[in-house]
Design a protein around this ligand. Structure first.
Ligand code: 13P
Length: 253
């Protein structure tokens, strides 16, 4: 059975003080009422070191939202995987559609980032998902398969065990338009079958496949009830403790 996970992606929200406040609140809430799943918060780089000190890492894990495609050196403005790891973070999100679209991150660049992140002991939340036009052309399966082949299927089986997959249909991100639980389940099952073809059924069954895109407390129970949906990657609803905890609590239903 794959590990159940609810991960938050703060994106470019919260200044340092606000981020600390949110991490404190969440840590208190989840210490008082232990989650039934893994919980990860992925924050902007500037929050990582402070938030790492605040949270109980037995209850909440920490991740970055990106890292550099180079190890070290003269790359002004970049933050390396090693730097991320040194803050106490355990995860990094790679391949988010916003990075692919607005910062031109290609499959080749993402492959470099994945390799460097794993080499530095980070686990990777690797995002895949189709655009609205691709969904309307019924190309979603080909798109997600190509995204996996392009950036993570060169990994050995041992390395691949450090990958969490997040399926995020671009048309559902921040739009309030969630994929139906049936639509999500259908493509999650497909994604698991593609992983099984590459790494075998045992590895596929252990791979956490998260859904992302307008996931909230009201629709999480239905999504998480599906056999191939192992949790969620949450944007907007991870920015308030009550909203995020509402989703985490879906694993208690
Ligand atoms: P929303 O939950 O705001 O739709 O964002 C999803 C997402 O992109 C998480 O990475």
């Amino acid at each position: 059975m794959a590990k159940k996970i609810v991960a938050g992606n703060w994106k470019m929200n919260k200044n340092l003080q606000e981020g600390i406040e949110l991490a404190k609140e969440l840590n208190e809430a989840l210490t008082a009422d232990k989650p039934n799943c893994g919980v990860i918060i992925c924050t902007p780089f500037i929050h990582l070191a402070k938030v790492s000190e605040i949270i109980n890492h037995n209850v909440i894990n920490l991740g970055a939202e990106n890292c550099a495609d180079k190890e070290v050196g003269a790359f002004t403005g970049e933050v390396s995987a090693e730097m991320v790891k040194s803050t106490g973070a355990e995860y990094v999100i790679l391949g988010h559609s916003e990075r692919r679209e607005y910062y031109n991150e290609t499959p080749e660049i993402l492959k470099e980032k994945v390799d460097i992140a794993l080499a530095n002991g980070l686990q990777v939340i690797f995002c895949i998902g189709e655009s609205l036009a691709q969904r309307e052309a019924n190309e979603q399966n080909a798109v997600v398969k190509a995204e996996l082949e392009g950036s993570v299927f060169h990994l050995t089986e041992e390395q691949f065990k450090n990958i969490v997959i997040a399926y995020e249909p671009i048309w559902a991100i921040g739009t309030g338009k969630t994929a139906t639980a049936e639509q999500a389940e259908e493509i999650h099952a497909y994604i698991r079958s593609v992983v099984a073809e590459k790494y075998g059924k045992a590895v596929a069954d252990e791979t956490s496949i998260l859904y992302g895109g307008s996931c909230k407390a009201s629709n999480a129970p239905e999504l998480f009830a599906k056999p191939n949906i192992d949790g969620g990657l949450i944007g907007g609803a991870s920015l308030k403790t009550a909203d995020f905890k509402g989703i985490i609590d879906a694993w208690k239903k």
